[in-house]
Design a protein around this ligand. Structure first.
Ligand SMILES: Cc1cc2nc3c(=O)[nH]c(=O)nc-3n(C[C@H](O)[C@H](O)[C@H](O)COP(=O)(O)OP(=O)(O)OC[C@H]3O[C@@H](n4cnc5c(N)ncnc54)[C@H](O)[C@@H]3O)c2cc1C
Length: 363
């Protein structure tokens, strides 16, 4: 057991830190922002329950994490397509859990930081070290490889819990907008996957449409936003340093659900240090197929679902179990393998799927 240095106190870095500290390793996490979760601003994010057969919270527990943050299960989702089309999806098990990101109590980041501190991890905020001095890089989005840009507002409301998505290219080019409420915390956001210069205008359209459908009180608004980065060729190990979460390009290129991969990769990296096994091999086996499937899903989404979102929603509704149906797209299958070369050719240039620049500059 040697001292381990981790860069970045997001879900990936903190999961790695907790796993190592619980095994008795001395761990220091450097976070360049003033606090853990500083960039979140309380926005609601979803732990999706369709990519894996296991429940999202079970993944956290399997990684040795406690659920010491608010995680609100949602079994109902309203989706609007264009101006007139509306669908209500109802599931027997939660379709997703909403968690808040940020530094406040009950937020995911705050909860993970508390677990890390309780396990003996030293967290040094407002500080960083050179990547070359770190053992694990958990620095989040690779901006040079961004595929989606989000803009939104969090707010307080007296409205009941609510989850509503909007599919409309004017509101969110090739992406989606959403209005979420959990426990009095609200969040309205648009996520663009193309035409990023129209983000602000798209946010206004999203706001009008979603609030026209669900007029609700909004107090204490706060802006938030961010980008998602994706790499097809993951560099899980680079000059002895392990990359986890979005710093390894791990993301869901279809819709941008990256938290579960961040947690899973953080745990895997820590476990590989503890067991002295090859993280690159284990991570490649676990994530490479997912990344490829996700690339193909994005390609198919833009070609087919994007041509008629209402038809896509009707197709999902026809499925006996919509979650299982969605899940069937998340693991590499025969269709993915056939379509893969076309998807790479179509999206390589737009999204820069392969690493560019010196590896250490990537964060
Ligand atoms: C608006 C938005 C909505 C999203 N919604 C969802 C969702 O609903 N569901 C979902 O699963 N995912 C969602 N995501 C994606 C999800 O937030 C990320 O996949 C996840 O946070 C990645 O975790 P991470 O630990 O790899 O990186 P991060 O959470 O980005 O954490 C990285 C940390 O490293 C720090 N850092 C960076 N560089 C340095 C440095 N040089 N030194 C020290 N510290 C550094 C950063 O300040 C940050 O705290 C969303 C993303 C955005 C932007």
């Amino acid at each position: 057991m040697r001292p381990v240095t981790i860069l970045g106190a997001g879900p990936a870095g903190l999961t790695a830190a907790i796993t190592l500290a619980k095994a008795g390793w001395p761990v220091t996490v450097y976070e360049r922002r003033a606090t853990v979760g500083h960039h979140g601003n309380g926005d609601l994010q979803g732990l999706e329950n369709w990519a894996d057969a296991d429940d999202a919270l079970a993944l956290f527990r399997a990684c040795g994490l406690a659920i010491n943050f608010a995680a609100t299960p949602f079994r109902e989702l309203t989706v609007l397509a264009g101006r007139d089309d509306e669908h209500l999806f109802q599931c027997e098990r939660p379709a997703f859990y909403l968690v808040r990101r940020g530094k406040e109590p009950a937020c995911l980041d705050h909860g993970l930081a508390e677990q890390a501190l309780a396990s003996g991890v030293v967290i040094r905020c407002n500080e960083t070290v050179a990547p070359a001095a770190a053992d694990i890089l958990a620095t989040g989005t690779l901006h040079r490889h961004h595929f989606a840009v989000a803009m939104g507002e969090t707010f307080r409301t007296d409205h009941a819990d609510l989850a509503c998505g909007l599919l409309d290219d004017e509101a969110a080019a090739k992406g989606y907008a959403y209005l979420l409420v959990a426990g009095g915390h609200g969040c309205l956001c648009t996520v663009f996957f193309d035409h990023f210069d129209q983000l602000a205008a798209g946010y206004e359209v999203s706001r009008q449409r979603l609030l026209a459908r669900f007029p609700l009180s909004m107090t204490a608004p706060r802006p938030f936003g961010g980008v998602g980065g994706f790499l097809l060729e993951n560099c899980f190990v680079e000059k002895g340093r392990l990359r986890v979460g979005e710093a390894a390009g791990l993301q869901d290129l279809l819709w941008g659900f990256g938290i579960k991969s961040a947690v899973a990769s953080g745990c895997l990296a820590a476990q590989s240090l503890i067991d002295n096994t090859d993280y690159a091999v284990a991570a490649q086996a676990r994530f490479a197929g997912r990344q490829q499937a996700s690339l193909v899903n994005r390609y198919l989404w833009e070609r087919f679902a994007g041509a008629d979102y209402a038809a896509f929603l009707r197709r999902v509704r026809r499925a006996a179990d919509p979650l299982a149906w969605l899940g069937s797209f998340y693991n590499l299958n025969r269709v993915h393998r056939v379509v893969y070369p076309f998807a790479v050719a179509a999206l390589e240039k737009r999204y820069r799927l392969t690493p560019t620049g010196a590896p250490n500059e990537r964060p």
